[in-house]
Ligand binder design. Sequence first.
Ligand code: AMP
Length: 182
Amino acid sequence: MTGPGPGLAGALELIADVPDFPSPGILFKDITPLLADHTALREVVDALAAPARDSGGAPVVDKVLGMESRGFILGAPVALALGVGFVPVRKGGKLPRETFEVSYTLEYGEATLEVHRDALRPGDRVLLVDDVLATGGTARATVDLVEQCGASVHGVAVLMELGFLPGREQLGDLPVTTLLTV
Ligand code: AMP
């Protein structure tokens, strides 16, 4: 049986396109085959962590933030690889203690993201991790949450960017690392 080629390119080949999920016209990027392959997962985690290292390999961030829910799956191992802590950014109403929150507009309706108020300290530098940068609404809202905490975003690292959507424009001058543009 022929598997994916070696390295990051082979890992990214494992992402499956699912047309019309969860609604007609959406091409869903399913990362579960990539997650299920240990070598591919390692390649992707290392590549997402890279922008948060200095030239000697030392981490230049204090925390990794992952956005619910695939940002949890990728962000937690990125944090471990860097040797820093992980902070979940959750959908509204899920976190048990005092939060900061940001509401933003989706194609249909509104969404709210929250982070615990004490998750970051003023002056902390953070890396944001998610699977897909699409419209950029999720990433923008997360940047706003980080700023409410008095912390700053070092960069945004995503597995893939939907190049036909203006996601980056939402993020101003922030460095965005994307392993694949589709
Ligand atoms: P956005 O806020 O529009 O940038 O959307 C980003 C969030 O929606 C990410 O957390 C993704 O997990 C999810 N997402 C958006 N578009 C897709 C897609 N085509 N396939 C899979 N996930 C997507």
